[in-house]
Design a protein around this ligand. Structure first.
Ligand SMILES: [Zn+2]
Ligand SMILES: [Zn+2]
Length: 482
């Protein structure tokens, strides 16, 4: 044994002097095999009870395939001893989801599609939706309207009154989220009727899922406070439709929102000839992120609920009365503007983009009645040039906050008002919640001795108007000017 001088090979095989052996391996294979050498070092010396060879693993082979949400296993085996194996996981597969028609469309009911996994052996299913994914199309005129989907005329909606056709669609849809298109490329004229979306359920006709409106619809309905479209009973609608009311009466509407309904306008034009384009009732929500809401003589939006204006919405009017393009009244009325344009285009010193005052339906007294964080509110023409009206007129205790939230969406309150005692913003009542101008810009662009940015009672003696240093107010109000 004393003379025993193991060769490198035997030393390795017997697990002796393995450090030396490793060092030799490193030296002789240093450049091409550095990685292998490191692996050997890191794997440590074989202990006397473990096999005394360098494993010679073959290719990885799949021993258990991965499946939906379940890892698989790969194994490789040492060619020198098949009992030496290594395993590693195979990443789990996501479900292979696709929509599959599970119930066909009939004249009495919308079909159903189910989102389900297409991998053999997996029975995972997700949500369902109506089938087909295309709108109901309402056509007709007078008292004879028809609703079809994918060419199928639905039951009770063939030559029926518009109210019956809408009820028939609600029943047919069975609560699915659906689209409704008014007319097939033209404008659906419902005469003096209304298209009412509610969940009145006396006939067991089900309730609405989410409704998406497209196309074009008009009426000249005759009932006070009636709209061409009406929402009630918690219905939610998203619309890019063009919706008109051509009546010249001052109490007609294009859209009336009641109950706790929600209307999202993302495009299209909502326009009224004589009354208000949209009435937003107490407890309702109106979100306008695109499209145009237009009135000619009264308010574009009369607000008792909550109105959110953002994106590239245009809310425009030309009223010359105390009713502004947006008219905020009622104890719970709130308007939040984070983008878009609200304007009054009338070249009239009584024109108002936003008016906040009382009414027969209640006096606005919410501390956050109007919050502007971006967008333009102005007495201005269609080219954006200031006119002699007012941007905001407030004659209630309600509070207003104007600030600049996002530099890319400037907050601009503007007019070119030249009437003594008026301004871009006029505050009529001395007492109430603060009129806080925290940041953003309030301007009067008129080059005129009477041009004022903000007018408050008794030169703001009650201190209701609070202007923070970050706000740009030009010209400064008289009580602040030198
Ligand atoms: Zn081995
Ligand atoms: Zn699956």
């Amino acid at each position: 044994m004393n003379n025993y001088k193991p060769t490198r090979k035997t030393a390795w095989r017997h697990g002796r002097r393995c450090v030396n052996a490793l060092a030799e391996v490193l030296l002789k294979a240093i450049l091409p095999s550095l990685t292998i050498a490191w692996m050997l070092l890191l794997s440590g010396c074989p202990s006397p009870t473990t096999p005394e060879h360098v494993h010679d693993y073959g290719e990885w082979t799949v021993t258990t395939a991965a499946f939906c949400l379940t890892e698989g296993v790969e194994t490789r085996t040492c060619s020198l001893d098949a009992s030496h194996t290594e395993t590693r996981p195979i990443a789990a597969l996501p479900h292979d989801m696709d929509w599959v028609v599970t119930t066909a469309l009939t004249s009495s009911a919308l079909g159903v599609e189910t989102h389900s996994c297409q991998r053999a052996g997996c029975d995972h299913t997700g949500e369902t939706r109506g089938y087909p994914q295309m709108p109901y199309i309402i056509t007709g005129s007078g008292t004879s309207f028809t609703a079809k989907i994918d060419g199928t005329t639905i039951d009770d909606a063939d030559g029926a009154a518009i109210a019956d056709v809408i009820t028939a669609i609600r029943s047919h849809a069975g609560g699915a989220d659906i689209g409704i298109q008014f007319d097939d490329g033209g404008t659906l004229d419902i005469g003096t009727e209304r298209a009412i979306f509610d969940n009145a359920n006396a006939n067991g006709d089900g309730t609405w899922g989410h409704i998406t409106l497209t196309g074009s619809i008009t009426s000249a309905n005759t009932g006070a406070g009636h709209g061409t479209i009406e929402l009630d009973d918690n219905v939610t609608i998203t619309s890019t439709a063009d919706i008109f009311n051509t009546s010249t009466e001052t109490d007609r509407l294009s859209i009336r929102i009641e109950g706790t309904a929600t209307l999202n306008i993302t495009g299209g034009t909502v326009e009224v000839s004589g009354g208000s384009a949209i009435s937003c009732g107490t407890g309702t929500v109106l979100n306008i992120s695109g499209g145009t809401v237009k009135t000619n003589t009264r308010s574009a939006i009369q607000v008792l609920g909550t109105v959110n204006i953002s994106g590239n919405a245009l809310v425009t009017g030309a009223s010359t009365t105390d009713i502004g393009t947006i008219w905020i009244f009622g104890a719970d009325a709130r308007v939040n503007i984070s983008g878009g344009v609200v304007r009054n285009t009338a070249a009239n010193d009584n024109a108002k983009a936003i008016s906040i005052f009382g009414s027969p339906w209640g006096n606005s007294n919410h501390p956050d009645a109007l919050i502007i964080t971006g967008g333009t509110v102005g007495a201005m023409d269609e080219d954006g040039n200031g006119t002699i009206g007012m941007a905001i007129a407030i004659s209630t205790p309600s509070g207003i906050t104007i600030s600049q939230a996002n530099p890319s969406v400037p907050t601009l309150i503007t007019s070119a008002n030249t009437t003594a005692g008026r301004g871009t913003i006029i505050v009529v009542t001395a007492d109430g919640s603060p009129i806080a101008i925290n940041s953003g810009r309030v301007e009067n662009t008129a080059d005129h001795a009477n041009a004022q940015s903000i007018v408050a009672p008794s030169d703001n003696a009650a201190g209701r108007v609070v202007i923070e240093p970050a706000a740009e107010v030009e010209p400064l109000p008289l009580w602040m000017a030198d």
